[in-house]
Design a binder for this molecule. Structure first.
Ligand SMILES: [Zn+2]
Ligand SMILES: [Zn+2]
Length: 199
């Protein structure tokens, strides 16, 4: 149901997996096809549909699992969130490293910077690379993350989107946690939640 991203360097053969939420076999097959050595598994937030394949991908790759410090507790509430989503998910392992705003994740020549964007969850974050941003469930094409799960905060989410994401250049490619890719410029113009006067 969620998008999993595999970011790799053709030069060094190293990679990062973002939001392995399910279908670990398919993810691992793709990693093998690409010939990547995975150096980090990052979850944009703790929801089960983004972390449920972390255990298997971590076991197979030996990579560290990273999540924002404010969502570490949320990982333990996975069972409750699963029941809200009406599905059952495998539990995620404990994180190896906790992230905070401004942290950099470096794997070979790949570099992603943490933008803390709370609102969908307290420790929700976006991952900024060169001309690209992975937005998790903070920003979607023509949508935003829902705020009715535990720890959700609509005002915080809108503030984070406006200050942290809408400050990026228009041509920044956006890879969201659900749905198709988009750009910052397109969302600035067309996202109904970002229209003037809407709070
Ligand atoms: Zn979510
Ligand atoms: Zn999601």
């Amino acid at each position: 149901m969620a998008n999993c991203y595999i970011v790799g360097s053709e030069k060094t053969g190293e990679g990062i997996v973002i939001d392995p939420g399910a279908e670990s076999q398919r993810i691992l097959k793709k990693i093998e096809e690409l010939g990547l050595k995975i150096g980090a598994i990052i979850a944009t937030h703790a929801h089960p549909d983004h972390v449920s394949a972390v255990g298997k991908v971590k076991a197979a790759t030996g990579a560290e699992f990273l999540i924002h410090e404010d969502d570490a507790q949320g990982l333990e509430q996975g069972g409750y969130i699963s029941s809200l989503l009406g599905m059952s998910f495998p539990k995620s392992p404990a994180p190896d490293r906790l992230l905070k705003d401004g942290d950099t994740i470096q794997v070979g020549e790949l570099q992603l910077r943490v933008l803390h964007t709370p609102g969908h969850t307290p420790g929700g974050m976006c991952l900024l690379g060169e001309g690209i941003v992975f937005t998790g469930d903070t920003l979607f094409s023509q949508g935003i993350g829902r705020c009715d799960f535990p720890g959700g905060d609509y005002q915080a989410l809108m503030e984070a989107i406006r200050s942290r994401l809408m400050s990026l250049p228009d041509d920044t490619a956006v890879y969201p946690g659900h749905g198709p890719e988009t750009t910052i410029g397109y969302e600035r113009d067309c996202n109904p939640f970002l229209k003037e006067g809407l709070t």
